[in-house]
Design a protein around this ligand. Sequence first.
Ligand code: URA
Ligand code: CA
Length: 431
Amino acid sequence: MRMVDLIEKKRDGGELTTEEINFIIEGYTNNEIPDYQVSAWAMAVFFKDMTERERADLTMAMVHSGDTIDLSAIEGVKVDKHSTGGVGDTTTLVLAPLVAALDIPVAKMSGRGLGHTGGTIDKLEAIEGFHVEISKEQFVDLVNRHKIAVIGQSGNLTPADKKLYALRDVTATVNSIPLIASSIMSKKIAAGSDAIVLDVKTGAGAFMKTAEDAKELAQAMVRIGNSVGRKTMAVISDMSQPLGFAIGNALEVKEAIDTLRGKGPKDLEELCLALGRQMVFLANKASSLEEAEEKLREVIRSGKALEKFKEFVANQGGDPSIVDHPEKLPQAAFQIEVPAREDGVVAEIVADEIGTAAMWLGAGRATKDSEIDLAVGLMLNKKIGDPVKTGESLVTIHANRKEVTDVIEKIYANIRIADHAEAPVLVHGIV
Ligand code: URA
Ligand code: CA
């Protein structure tokens, strides 16, 4: 087989066979096929697309390019949740104990990562003593006994995706639905769960700027998952404004606790229920989505979800008293209000720009080696559709520096006040 022939075939709109796709991915992983040929192939895919069969084959070829995690020692149907990435997205911290409270095993492998705030692990480390440095055996044992544990990502998962994603990044081929879908799904499948729930974001703070594109991506991923034997569902959700009120690590832990108590921001709660009910349904713990949602509401009402969170924190060395005493979480030295400069209704809160403002305070990493300040971040006091009067606070800045003019300017530039506006629809659809 010659790579040049496969590039030509895709360039002319042909369908590659399973063997041909395996040849490309194996050859690229082993450094036998050079970057310039794989970039030409990726560009051909960008213009000519891939069939459903090709997408599933590409996904599995990337899964098999490295280690895969074996979760078979954990009893029950393991359901994983993945978000395509948003601002102030606190859903994992809420969903993990919420579904574990219904005896669904949550075996979460998580990362730190780059972004406006830290990853799930960084957020949890805002709790004194909490750690994810546990052995594989402890991890499995905790999930079997308590239905919930989080461990740091380890091993050499999907090296082909790492290489291909980096190449796409510099060859203008990131924004291709078959390539994004197989990239995300390969990582989820290699991580070993039986079923997958996807939160595909749309809007300014998201990868997919329109609901139509988000739906197409969601459908592509759901088809890949189901065709390779992992039950998969998706929610398409709004990320035109940040989710909930909190953007920051300790601030989001507090927000997750409020939500588990039934006292969180309405949008965060709605999204957690939309994703959670798919997780419960796929884990065979309910016969319909409606029944699944009722069960979730019940563990919030009864306090079981909050108890599960405490148990989880204590199991991994953390201080569970923070649940009842959130003032024990890291606190920033300064709280600075950003008052509205006119009367009206909040019409726009540009999610990614507001996220960047939180990152400037130190809530997230700009590079792999940056240090995170777990205490800092932003609390939104208004969301889109809320009326506001001059002088009322739009945002509270939690900072460990006194001088925050840069952050204030960024906030004013990205919150628009108009005469009329309505709250956006949060859930655009389910797949
Ligand atoms: N996220 C991924 O993991 N892969 C892509 O290709 C795009 C976004
Ligand atoms: Ca939030």
